[in-house]
Design a protein around this ligand. Structure first.
Ligand code: 3H9
Length: 695
């Protein structure tokens, strides 16, 4: 029997074998439900209904995955018929059994197709999820109404409001799928289809849903909204899920569609779509398409402190051969214990199996002294943040690994060109700035000097992909992209203290903005001592005209290094953060020393000033060509510094709200705050002409 193609572009093929036919979706790269796929699926279902030889049908996908959702690129355009909910309704209404054969990821609209089938079978490696909330949407093709009918309200609330994916085994436990394939997925699905011929069809939309107690439901919704930190979609999605217990499918779906269409044209969804594509775009550096990366399998890590251990784990988790070196047996033992402890915690919490821990631990070898690094393809230095210490280390390192080995530094502020100059091979030197904890945080700044070879930068990008990190390539400047912006943002936060705000007010305003934590709470968590040491080192070179707030120095002088000492910007009673009158007194004294009369500062002013500080510094970074594109800054801020993704990052957001008010705010700060706060050229130019950072 030959395959017919109900889609114009061959993206959906029907093989009308008897008694079980196969509909195959083939729309690379991820089988998204483009208009052609929707039309093709509908035509195929109609043909299945019409053809008396067909008694059951399998829906399967070609390529690496089942349908990974609606085509996100179509969201900026008016919806085109046939709409996915109608196609999916036709699947569910089919008078012959329809079985989904799932491999790869069944996400969003793809998961919704599977939910509407009359049975679902999956490859053990498959995953399922409704990630629409991550795009500022709710599922729009029945997901909120059908999922609870299969797995109950409680579990559906969790999946729909978090957007989390579940693996096939969990999907089976939850009742989302009926069977796991034990070998050949297609064959197993055909078998299941034959079993279902002549049996009563089980339609998901007709299944009852047990309601949830009203109080419990309200508490869950409140909790979901709180966790969403300003993102609208999770709460809206959760409300729709609850409707499944109250309304028949058709009415529930009408409500879902209405919400979906409203959110599809929302600012938050536009921002989150930008975030989605920006995360992928950063991996493609203009002009680097044809540059071949170097081959890396053996990695050396110098330094087994917090950063070094985290980096070692990140590489071992990705299957690299890792060697960690320290200067003494004692320091090495401490590092080894730190790594073992991290893995133990992962096993205890169920995130890692004992077998995986053993396998990863085996990939990490330990040694004393740099000499043991001679066979490495890449060496990452993660020692004390001091230029001379690092230069000396690179001088020693220069003589050891073979030619072509990449020498990377994990510095977060220092001038990498000066570090590279300490070697005879500056073209092989690059910054790989990991964020703490390095095995968890996704962001990786790849810092190139003027001398760094192109294939070294390309290797950084290729490594990021293997490490499952999000890379942003930038050039050298103090603090690179993220820490440079952070310094300005923190400085502005401290100015606010001197002028009348208190630490908890600044933190609360920024948490209301959508940051997971305000800057003072973050600082207490990270510890105040490292930044203090850095300020002391830089004190001699500081511009005496720059407005300098010394409250943090005074906290440190009093031994208040943050959570670890029980006190910092707050005091901690049994781990709980509390406002400390001693800090209030220090802040008020600082205002007096500066001769400022304290005033009440509104949440809006705090947010506007911090935003202006971030955008202005981001523009300076663009002006200096530290990064190539505005989206590079957005990605750094969203993935390394908690800038709310539903705002799309600072530069995307600046365009959406308009540059004029931001420019006005920056000008005012520049006048008041003096050196360091000059208006960025590109901000002044763009705002004056109303041009935008994004087209
Ligand atoms: C939805 O379904 C709404 C419905 O409820 C209702 C409708 C009415 N569309 O990530 P990768 C591209 S909302 C268009 O690098 P991986 C991606 O841009 C949707 N394009 O691969 C990239 O292109 P390029 C719900 C898409 O293996 C290429 O595919 N679904 C889409 O690391 C490879 O992607 C989602 O939110 C798409 N839906 O990860 C799922 N998806 O090569 C979003 C991917 O030009 N997708 N592309 O850069 C993902 O999470 C990951 O892509 C996936 C593969 C896990 C599938």
């Amino acid at each position: 029997m030959t395959a017919a193609s109900p889609a114009d572009d061959n993206s959906v093929r029907l093989t009308p074998t008897s008694p079980v036919a196969v509909i195959e979706i083939d729309n690379p790269p991820v089988n998204a439900t483009s208009q052609a796929v929707r039309a093709g699926l509908l035509a195929a279902i109609h043909e299945v209904e019409r053809n008396p030889q067909i008694e059951a049908v399998v829906i399967a996908c070609a390529g690496r995955t089942f349908v990974a959702g609606a085509d996100i690129r179509e969201f900026g355009q008016p919806p085109r018929e046939p709409h996915l909910p109608d196609v999916i309704d036709a699947i569910e209404a089919c008078s012959k059994p329809v079985i989904a054969a799932v491999h790869g990821t069944a996400l969003g609209g793809g998961c919704e197709i599977a939910l509407a089938c009359h049975a679902r079978i999956a490859d053990p490696g498959a995953s399922f999820g409704l990630p629409e909330v991550k795009l500022g949407l709710v599922p729009g093709a029945g997901g909120t109404q059908r999922l609870p009918r299969l797995i109950g309200l409680e579990a559906a609330l969790d999946l729909v409001s978090s957007g989390r994916m579940v693996k096939a085994a969990e999907a089976l436990r939850l009742g989302l799928i009926d069977r796991l394939s034990s070998g050949d997925l297609r064959q197993d699905t055909m078998e299941l289809a034959r079993e279902l011929i002549g049996k009563q069809i089980r339609r998901t939309g007709e299944q009852p849903v047990a309601a949830m107690d009203g109080q419990n439901a309200s508490a869950r919704i409140a909790e979901i909204r709180r966790k969403a930190r300003g993102a609208e979609a999770p709460g809206r999605a959760a409300e729709l899920v609850l409707l499944a217990a109250e309304l028949p499918l058709k009415q529930g779906m009408a409500r879902e569609r209405e919400t979906f269409l409203a959110l599809r044209s929302s600012e938050q969804s536009a921002a989150l779509r930008h975030a989605f594509f920006a995360e992928r775009e950063v991996t493609r550096l203009p002009g680097f398409d044809a540059v071949e990366p170097r081959s890396v399998q053996k990695v050396g890590i110098v330094g087994a402190g917090t950063m070094g251990s985290g980096i070692a784990i990140a590489f071992a988790d990705a299957g690299f051969d890792v060697k960690v070196v320290e200067t003494s047996e004692q320091a090495l033992a401490a590092g080894r214990a730190r790594i073992a402890d991290t893995y133990e915690k992962q096993v205890a919490s169920g995130r890692l199996t004992a077998a995986a821990r053993d396998e990863r631990s085996r990939l990490i070898d330990y040694g004393v002294g740099l000499d043991t690094l001679s066979d490495r393809d890449l060496v990452v230095e993660a020692v004390f943040e001091d230029l001379e210490v690092k230069r000396a280390l690179f001088r020693d390192l220069d003589a050891i690994p073979k030619p072509g080995t990449i020498l990377a530094t994990n510095t977060s502020y220092l001038d990498i060109s000066l570090i590279a100059d300490a070697t005879s091979r500056p073209a092989d030197v690059v910054g790989l700035h990991f964020f703490s904890p390095a095995n968890v945080m996704k962001l990786l700044e790849i810092v190139r000097t003027d001398a760094t070879a192109d294939d070294v930068v390309a290797t950084g990008l290729a490594l990021a992909k293997r490490l499952r990190k999000i890379p942003v390539v930038c050039r050298v400047c103090d603090g690179f992209v993220g820490n440079r912006i952070l310094s300005r943002y923190r400085q502005q936060a401290e100015y606010l203290l001197e002028e009348g705000a208190l630490p908890h007010e600044v933190d609360a305003a920024l948490e209301a903005f959508g940051f997971p934590m305000g800057p003072f709470a973050v600082s207490d968590m990270a510890g105040l001592d490292i930044a203090w040491a850095r300020r002391k080192r830089l004190a001699a070179n500081r511009d005496p005209n720059e407005r300098y707030v010394d409250i943090a120095d005074r906290l440190c002088e009093a031994g208040r290094f943050g959570r670890k000492t029980g006190a910092g910007w707050y005091r901690y009673e049994a781990g709980k953060r509390e406002i400390d009158p001693a800090v209030t007194a220090l802040v008020e004294e600082a205002s007096q020393r500066r001769g400022l009369t304290r005033r009440k500062i509104s949440t809006e002013e705090i947010q506007a000033r911090i935003r202006a500080a971030i955008v202005n510094e981001a523009c300076k970074i663009l002006d200096e060509r530290i990064v190539e594109r505005p989206l590079d800054v957005d990605v750094v801020m969203m993935h390394g510094y908690g800038y709310p993704a539903w705002r799309g990052g600072p530069l995307f957001e600046a365009d959406r709200i308009g540059l004029q008010p931001i420019l006005a705010q920056v000008k005012e700060r520049a006048e008041r705050d003096g050196p360091g706060w000059e208006v960025a050229e590109s901000l002044a130019g763009r705002a004056a002409s109303n041009a935008k950072f994004y087209p």
